[in-house]
Each structure stands twice: as structure tokens, then as C-alpha cells.
Design a protein around this ligand. Structure first.
Ligand code: FAD
Ligand code: NAP
Ligand code: SF4
Length: 615
């Protein structure tokens, strides 16, 4: 399935987004369809009209109602505009056929144009495309009916149906059934599942969403239609996909991000090599966040994604003997790539296991997927027979007299400790003390530093075991068939075992620099847990009573049992100079090189790039 391609100008997601309306464009699609067919695949083009979500002033919708996440107020589509839009969908489908596609998917979910017509919240029309439900679904049905007429029988027609709107006033389940059955009559071959409008304040694909959390919404439709159903959202491994099919949740499973993480996913699964799959950890950091930052989408765990012609995999003709110090993501990605090229690599790691800070990250609720990344690295290291010397806190003298062509320093970071009165008090802990479980933490806590780690520690301290099982209930989602949008009106309050303050010195909103597509979730979770988030804080002192701060010129005492330092990190590169003075070529990567704003995306990319730079 391609990404969404607009059937006309007003339907483009953004001014320069893809549109398929002319024959010359269809020809160019032939490059992709041919490549897919040569590999034995089938390919469908998704026709997406962005409706009021479009980021341009020509956006249209059923009614003049701006979405809460849009810049532009839409133009209400006149009746002739609706008829033209239907013709544009049909034209797009026929051009897709000419371009060699095997089918099209009509995007009818996620809050885009067709979905906006379906919901009474966004459709306030008084003509025969508004009012009663049968009128609001008219656009969807006419598009499908006319498309089927135009493309004939031997062309796959998929409709992406919003099975759970996750907005107040969305469709209830009986309406979903009515639409599904009507679409079936109009000639769809397959119904795909849409979960949540983009403006929904419920996470639907981020890592904190448990795997396959929404497939029940597809399953309950199964007995009401004859056409096969496709299920989706947070399905990232073949075992889960297989189980869903066996348990009858759907007839097919759809994934997108997992193929960025590993383009060979299907092949490996088919050949029984599941453990070799590089699993998507649902972080959104290099795919969706990049798109919203107007950068090219790639993948945190697979830096080759969308850069396949830029970072080239090479085999060496002159193998080097290389020592890697540190088995965090930077050291691991380097070691795996260098070994694959044919270099002789060995790893020295001070801890008893590989992974570096990933072992801390996976303690955080909703981040357990990080363990998949470590499983993948482990499987690559085994397949290339890379030795790992665990429990080896390397000092430069260990390498005296050794013969290495290159030493790669991937020793990570040391946590930064701010310097003010009372910082040595027994109440003060570092995030390492907390996440490595070395210390009990009291009921009232202040966290100094509200970066990614401060947020994660706040989430960790305000959570109880087994919260994943409560995901639907926490976010107010219910399978009650009567409920509009699948949401209860008043979700139960969230429980927190602690009172937490999350503090930063900057004046800006706390969490303003978190990921574009996940920051709002982190802020929302902490708000629901009643974490007090304060910006513009000056730290005065710590004593037996707690943390003394000044804010907007006012002195304040936070009476807390513990103060946890999450104030960023410094590079841990002490070995560089001593190793160089022993005559070694030393390359530094990851946190050891630059700790500021270093995240796993950068660490893995740096490891990969250094390996590929070796001749
Ligand atoms: P590290 O992961 O720190 O690895 C360094 C390794 O070197 C360690 O295993 C260490 O034991 C070893 N070592 C150090 N000195 C020696 C020595 N002398 N001899 C032998 N071995 C040595 N990033 C993201 O992108 N997304 C996230 O969601 C995310 N969440 C996080 C959550 C938490 C709680 C934490 C703590 C970090 C998180 N990060 C996240 C940051 C990410 O984990 C780091 O950016 C990344 O691990 C840095 O990789 P690295 O290999 O440079 O260093
Ligand atoms: P960070 O994001 O740089 O945040 C450090 C925090 O400490 C800031 O809030 C900063 O705010 C504060 N601070 C800095 N110096 C201080 C000082 N001297 N005294 C008091 N406060 C100070 O670093 P991090 O939270 O340690 O995270 C490390 C890396 O891991 C980052 O690159 C981050 O992106 C990544 N990470 C990502 C995620 C994720 O979910 N994507 C999660 C965890 C970590 P003020 O200066 O305003 O006080
Ligand atoms: Fe998955 Fe993260 Fe890669 Fe996106 S960047 S495909 S969410 S692992």
C-alpha cells in the first residue's frame, strides 16, 4: 500500500504533497508498480483526500469547521464540489490502474474528508449529504460505487473504514456495521481498519500502546460482513500477526512502520528467521517525527531506511582488527555493521549484559519494545561470531602491547550533577539509582530536569505494575457498542502511588522539546497522574525539609522525600587520550562523543556511518 495520494489539489495533505490526477503522473508510478511485480508482490495505491486536515488554504470539508489540529478553516464543499470530488476519486483510481497498480484503497478513516462527512460532529450540512446517517455516508458509498463501475471487477477495491473514531460524537458500532454492509454492497473487496481520528487525544500507535491493542474493533465486525477484514495498529512482529489470524481477529494484518525497521520482514518471517527481524519499537522518532519536522522519514533502528542509495553496505577487501569499548546502541550498531563488512571485531563491556542505557529505557512503562532492539543486535552478533567480553571495565593499560587497527570508544555518558547547596544530601538520587533499583524512593519526589529522562522517570515513579493491561480503561476506550466514537464520557481518574514535581529552569512549557508526535502523550500521561510540572525554576538549596526553589521571584519549599537528578549528561571519553598515547587510532561515537541531545537515533546512526566509512 502506498502512502496517501490525493485525487485533486484541495485534497493534498500539504501544498507539495502527492496527487494523482493526470496521465503523465500515472506513467511515473509505473516505476514502482513494475518493481513490486518483479518481486512477486501486489501493490495498491491509497487515495486520500485530506479534507479539513490539509495544511493549505484551499482545504475543503463538509462544513466550515476548523479541526483542533489544523491551521486553516476549510471551505465547505458546494454540491457541485462534492460531485467533482467523486469524479476525481474515480479518475485517480483509473489512473492507478493505468499505472500498473493491482488495486486502490479509499481512505475513509482517521478524520479525513470522507470520515468528516460521516460524522455529525463535522458534517452540519442540510442537503442530502448531511443530516441523517444514511445521508452522511452517501459520499463514501458513491465514491466506492462509481469507482467499482470505472475499474471493473478485476481490480482490488479496499475501503479504510473507521472502526473506532476515538472522538466524542463519532460513530457508534451499529453505524460502523451499517456502513460496512453498505460498502460491501457497493463492491468493496476488502475492508481495512482505521483507528482514531488524528485529532483524537488517545494514543493509537505510540510505543505505550500495547501490541494489537485495537484488533478487537476489527474482530467484532467479522460476523457482520462477508468480505475479508484487515486489522492494524501496533502489530510489529510475526508471532502477534499469526496469533491474531489464528484467533480470528481478521483475515489479514496490515503494518507500515515495521517495514521501515526491516524491509526483509516478510521474507525472514516466511523463512522461519523471525529472531533476525529488526523490530519497530514504535518510537516515531525517525519516521513520523521527521515528517512533522519536514525531514525525510527514516528509522531509528534501521538508519538505512530511505537512505539505501546514500549509505551503501560494503564488504571489505582488507579486514581490520577492531576493539569496541561499550555495548550500548552506538557500540552495538558499529560492531554489527563492521562485522558484516568482514572486519574482525570484539566488544568489551563493563556490565554483565549488552544494551547500555537501553536497559534503563526498557524499565519505563511503554518502552519495553527496546528489548527487541537488543535481541536483534544479539542475533546479529551471534551470526557474525563477534565475541563480547562482559564485566570488563576497560582501562587504557589493558590494551598495552595489543594489536588493534582501530579502537572504537562507545562508552556513553556520565549523568550531570548540578552544583548548588545541599546537592550531597542523602535525599538526592540520580536517575541511575532509581532505574537500576539501588534505592527506595519516597512518596513525595521532586525531579530536577524535564528532558526525555526526567519525563520517563516521572512516568516510572507514578506507575504501578501491570498498567499496560489497563490501557483501554485509562484512556476511556470502551467496546460498548452504543458508545459514540468508542469513548466513555468521563474516564476514571488515573492512580499514582506518588506525588511528583517535575522541574526545569527554562521558562518554556515543560516538555516542549519532546518528540512532535509523542510529546503530547507524555505530557498528557503526567497531567493525568497529577504530576506538577514547573518551568522557570531556580534551585536554591536542599536540606532535611526538602527542595527550596525560587519561581517568578517567589521562594517556595517543596517538601519532598527525594530529589532525583535528571539534569542531562556529559560524555564519558576519558579513555580517548590515554589510548591515543599508546599509539592506537581511536574513534569516538555516541554519547561518548557528544552527550548533548544525543539519543538512540543518533547513536545508532553514528555507529553505522563509522562502520561504513571504513574501507
Ligand atoms: P550507552 O547506552 O550509555 O552505552 C555505553 C556503554 O558503554 C554502556 O553499556 C557502559 O556500561 C559501557 N562502558 C562505559 N565505560 C566502559 C568501560 N570503561 N569499559 C567497558 N564498557 C564501558 N533515546 C531515544 O532515542 N529514545 C528514547 O525513548 C530513549 N529513552 C531513554 C530512556 C532512559 C531512561 C534513558 C536513560 C535513556 C533513553 N534514551 C532514549 C537515550 C539512549 O538510551 C542513549 O542516547 C543511548 O543509549 C546512547 O548510546 P551509547 O551507546 O552512546 O551509550
Ligand atoms: P535532556 O533532554 O538534555 O534534558 C536535560 C534536562 O536537565 C533539561 O530539562 C534541562 O532543563 C535540565 N538541566 C540541564 N543542565 C542542568 C543543570 N546544570 N542543572 C539543572 N538542570 C539542568 O537530557 P536527558 O533527559 O538526560 O536525555 C538524554 C537524551 O536521551 C536526550 O537526547 C533525549 O532526547 C534522549 N531521550 C529521549 C527520550 C524519548 O522519549 N525520545 C526519552 C529519554 C531520553 P533546564 O536547563 O531548563 O533546567
Ligand atoms: Fe518504528 Fe521508530 Fe523506526 Fe519509526 S523510527 S519505524 S517507530 S522503530
Amino acid at each position: 500500500m502506498t502512502g496517501g495520494i490525493a485525487p485533486n489539489l484541495s485534497g493534498r495533505v500539504a501544498p507539495f504533497s502527492a496527487q494523482l490526477s493526470y496521465r503523465w503522473q500515472a506513467k511515473r508510478h509505473g516505476i514502482i508498480t513494475k518493481a513490486v511485480h518483479e518481486e512477486g508482490g501486489k501493490i495498491a495505491l491509497q487515495i486520500l483526500h485530506a479534507g479539513r486536515y490539509a495544511y493549505h488554504p484551499f482545504c475543503v470539508a463538509p462544513s466550515r469547521k476548523k479541526s483542533p489540529i489544523s491551521l486553516f478553516t476549510p471551505w465547505p464543499l458546494p454540491r457541485w464540489g462534492i460531485k467533482k470530488t467523486i469524479r476525481d476519486f474515480v479518475n485517480c483510481a483509473r489512473l492507478a490502474q493505468e499505472g500498473g497498480y493491482d488495486g486502490v484503497e479509499i481512505m475513509g478513516s482517521e478524520g479525513y474528508l470522507i470520515n468528516e462527512f460521516i460524522s455529525a460532529t463535522t458534517n452540519k450540512r442540510r442537503d442530502d449529504y448531511g443530516g441523517a446517517y444514511k445521508n452522511r455516508i452517501r459520499l463514501a458509498l458513491e465514491i466506492v460505487e462509481k469507482t467499482r463501475e470505472a475499474v471493473g471487477k478485476n481490480f482490488i477495491l479496499i475501503f479504510r473504514l473507521s472502526m473506532l473514531d476515538l472522538i466524542q460524537g463519532g460513530s457508534n458500532f451499529f453505524e460502523v456495521i451499517e456502513l460496512a454492509q453498505a460498502l460491501e454492497k457497493c463492491g468493496v473487496d476488502l475492508l481495512n481498519t482505521g483507528i482514531g481520528w488524528h485529532e483524537a487525544r488517545v494514543p493509537t500507535i505510540a510505543s505505550m500502546v500495547p501490541r494489537a491493542a485495537f484488533t478487537w474493533a476489527t474482530k467484532r465486525l467479522k460476523s457482520h460482513v462477508k468480505v475479508p477484514l484487515i486489522t492494524t495498529n501496533r502489530i510489529n512482529d510475526p508471532w502477534v500477526a499469526d496469533q491474531l489470524l489464528r484467533e480470528g481477529h481478521a483475515d489479514m494484518v496490515s503494518m507500515a512502520r515495521p517495514f521501515l525497521a526491516d524491509p526483509h520482514f516478510v521474507k525472514k518471517a516466511r523463512e522461519g528467521r523471525e529472531r533476525e527481524i529488526n523490530t519497530c519499537i514504535a518510537c516515531n522518532q525517525a519516521c513520523l517525527d521527521h515528517i512533522f519536522e519536514r525531514k525525510e522519514a527514516t528509522c531509528l533502528v534501521n538508519p538505512y531506511a530511505a537512505r539505501e542509495t546514500i549509505i551503501l553496505k560494503k564488504k571489505t577487501s582488507a579486514p581490520k582488527k577492531i576493539a569496541v569499548i561499550g555495548a550500548g546502541p552506538a557500540g552495538l550498531s558499529f560492531a554489527c555493521e563492521a562485522a558484516e563488512q568482514g572486519h574482525q571485531v570484539e566488544i568489551f563491556e563493563s556490565k554483565a549484559k549488552l544494551g547500555g542505557q537501553f536497559n534503563l529505557a526498557l524499565q519505563i512503562p511503554g518502552k519495553s519494545e527496546f528489548k527487541e532492539c537488543l535481541r536483534y543486535f544479539q542475533s546479529l552478533l551471534s551470526s557474525h561470531n563477534v565475541p563480547i567480553h562482559y564485566g570488563r571495565q576497560v582501562v587504557a593499560q589493558d590494551f598495552q602491547g595489543k594489536e588493534y587497527d582501530l579502537i572504537v570508544l562507545a562508552t556513553g555518558i556520565t549523568p550531570r550533577r548540578p552544583d548548588f547547596e545541599g546537592i550531597g544530601h542523602a535525599k538526592v538520587l540520580s536517575y541511575l539509582d532509581v532505574l537500576e533499583g539501588h534505592h527506595e524512593v519516597g512518596k513525595r519526589v521532586a525531579i530536577i530536569g524535564a528532558g526525555g529522562i526526567g519525563f520517563d522517570v516521572a512516568h516510572f515513579l507514578t506507575s504501578v505494575n501491570n498498567e499496560e493491561g489497563a490501557f483501554l480503561q485509562q484512556w476511556g476506550i470502551s467496546p460498548d457498542e452504543q458508545l459514540r466514537g468508542g469513548l466513555v464520557e468521563k474516564p476514571a481518574a488515573w492512580f499514582s502511588p506518588r506525588e511528583v514535581y517535575l522541574l526545569q529552569r527554562k521558562e518554556e512549557k515543560v516538555g516542549a522539546r519532546l518528540g512532535k508526535t509523542t510529546g503530547w502523550i507524555h505530557r498528557s500521561v503526567l497531567s493525568k497522574k497529577k504530576v506538577v510540572m514547573l518551568s522557570g525554576v531556580t534551585y536554591d538549596k536542599i536540606d532535611d525539609r526538602g527542595l527550596h526553589i525560587t519561581r517568578s521571584g517567589k521562594k517556595q519549599l517543596l517538601e519532598v522525600d527525594n530529589i532525583i537528578i535528571c539534569a542531562g549528561q556529559n560524555p564519558c571519553d576519558d579513555l580517548k587520550v590515554p589510548l591515543q598515547s599508546l599509539g592506537f587510532r581511536v574513534e569516538v561515537i555516541g554519547g561518548a562523543k557528544e552527550a548533548r541531545e544525543l539519543d538512540a537515533k543518533m547513536a545508532i546512526l553514528e555507529g553505522t556511518l563509522l562502520a561504513q566509512s571504513l574501507a
